[in-house]
Write a protein that binds this ligand. Sequence first.
Ligand SMILES: [Cu+2]
Length: 341
Amino acid sequence: MLRDFFIALLTASTALSAAVPAATACTNPQKRPSWHDMKEADKKAYLAANVCLLKSPQKLNRLPGAKTRWDELVSLHQIHALQIHTTGQFLPYHRYYINILAFLLKECGYSGPLPYWDETRDAGKFSSSPVFDPVTGFGGTGKGSKNCVADGPFANLTVNIGPGFKSQPRCVNRRITNALSTQCGATYVASAISGPTYSQALDAIYSGPHLVGHMALAMMDGDSITSSGDPLFFLHHGFVDKMWWDWQKKDLNTRLKDISGLNAQDPAVGFSEFPGGMEVESAMWGKPTAEILAVTPDPTSGDGDKEITLGHVMSSLGIIPNATVADVMDIKGGYLCYEFV
Ligand SMILES: [Cu+2]
């Protein structure tokens, strides 16, 4: 009798311990298509959910300048700007950041596929991409002195975060330059992900197709601090995320653990694409305000020192739970569960 009880207990605990990894395992990864291949109904639903976020009131009551739920997402990028560009955090934080968008879209009723933009298909001719369709896309290049997006779902909508470290209402704006987009082509991408180490891939992706894409799109006045105000940002960064994953896939066992670099900008360097370091560059976008600094996470959290580790803690300041770099290294690791198609 007692023996049966122990056997039952043993069986139950075995079942329980087996159930724990099963619950977090990624058995059915969600497909992330390029915008080109997304179903029209999904495109419209995705765009509508983005518009919904741009129109929904903010919820956290702690992010400086945020009036809408969308502003909160943009504010997060502003708050973290000097930690997540030209640092080792760049690729993991932006992967986490896309996951925050996925969560927010669900608040607006969208749980369909999360698109990226296979920019290699439109290199050199960005402006004729289906991404910019006025009905089933993001609208085209901006018009007028402020380059406000004049057609499509985001025309006449306002973002309140930026420019730089300010919080001023602005139209969703962008300016497309086709010639620059040539460098988002397949040969440039192949070259960017050809290096053997994370450090090399990080630099080549960041300074290559990532940066050139931003220059070719000039989203939100081309502002490095708050370019995520244009919903198009997430299609571009989906492409950046895919480049990282394509690099990781070439030697998955090693590259699921390969992380390096600083966890905040070196003041002497600032953004690598601009000369002069942080102090000089701040002439372009100002400096983080006292309100921003008050909510800025400690960049060494989980690391203890200036170098990023797998234990590095990434924060969305309360939108979704914190995650570590280790959590986002594998897009099918369980914390994340998606694949590019
Ligand atoms: Cu960014």
